[in-house]
Ligand binder design. Structure first.
Ligand code: BDR
Ligand code: CA
Length: 304
């Protein structure tokens, strides 16, 4: 039976690839998508999400619009890694009337979501709000697999990864909720480099969703190749989806992870305790590496 997933997205180029994988890999059932503020402002993450679903032949996936700003901190949309608007035609898809937060509460509290993995690949604002409205939700969400965080160093500040920095208070609520979390952070995603030559097999697949993915990945690779020392592009959020399709491609270590919400230099850091003698419970399976070849195979298989 296909694994059900809900994606909470801030589309974003790499979110778009993640959605195409979730929507087309036979091992997954893409239950719903929840656009939130993040890479760009909510109006644009929504527009990009609708365009992507249309271009990628995923019109059947319901869209529930989420939070337009972090709980407390400032909006930090745009870190230079993303283009603002996806290069696809306007979409005729309409979002649902229900808010993403209400959808999360209704879906999981009804018991329908007992086997559904929740996948935040943007800031964690939607789930944090839902947990504050309905704390019992923490017992109903079986598992979170998220792209976010880093146990060594950040990409948006020396300490913080973008998705966590974009709403550290929300991340604190989610990471301390008791919901089992698999964290696909920068130490994983940075090992899944996609080189220029890796895009050609995607172009050759010939499906509309593979064409869309090739176009987006090409943009990402071109942006990332401008950074010193890069040999290709990082399609962050795609790594989290690949890790749900085949968890064996990612090596994880259980750690205790807290979110730094106060530090003037370290706000947004996922403070991961790698000591075996720490007293705090291990609340997160922290990804430390990924098999790049297997990741590419899963990417290609998703787009066929
Ligand atoms: C994360 O931040 C966003 O820019 C990407 O979409 C990804 O989810 C990487 O730090
Ligand atoms: Ca994202």
């Amino acid at each position: 039976m296909a694994q059900k997933v809900i994606l909470d997205v801030d589309t974003g180029c790499d979110d778009a690839v993640a959605m195409l994988m979730a929507g087309h890999h036979p091992a997954l059932e893409f239950v719903a998508v929840l656009p939130v503020h993040g890479n760009v402002h909510l109006e644009v993450t929504l527009e990009n999400t609708l365009k992507l679903l249309f271009a990628g032949k995923l019109e059947h996936v319901p869209v529930y619009v989420g939070a337009n700003a972090p709980l407390i901190g400032p909006i930090i949309a745009g870190d230079g890694d993303q283009i603002i608007r996806l290069p696809f035609p306007e979409s005729s898809i309409q979002p649902q009337e229900k808010h993403a937060v209400n959808f999360l509460i209704d879906y999981y509290m009804s018991g329908e979501g007992a086997d559904t993995i929740y996948m935040p690949i943007g800031p964690l604002t939607n789930l944090a709000l839902a947990l504050r409205i309905e704390p019992k939700l923490a017992e109903r969400i079986p598992k979170i697999v998220t792209m976010g965080g880093a146990y060594i160093g950040g990409n948006t500040t020396p300490s913080a990864e973008f998705n966590i920095l974009a709403d550290p208070e929300a991340a604190h609520i989610v990471y301390s909720s008791g919901i089992p979390i698999v964290m696909i952070g920068l130490e994983v995603t940075d090992k899944a480099v996609i080189r220029k030559e890796d895009i050609q097999p995607i172009r050759e697949i010939g499906t509309p969703w593979a064409d869309a993915a090739a176009e987006i990945i090409d943009i990402i690779v071109n942006i990332h190749l401008k950074y010193p020392g890069r040999t290709g592009g990082i399609v962050y959020d795609a790594c989290a989806v690949a890790a749900v399709i085949d968890p064996s491609i990612v090596e994880t270590i259980p750690m205790h992870v807290d979110i730094e919400i106060n530090g003037s230099y370290t706000r947004g850091r996922t403070v991961a305790d790698r000591r075996t003698r720490g007293n705090a419970p291990m609340n997160v399976d922290v990804g430390i590496s990924i098999d790049r070849e297997k990741f590419l195979k899963i990417l290609y298989a998703s787009l066929r």
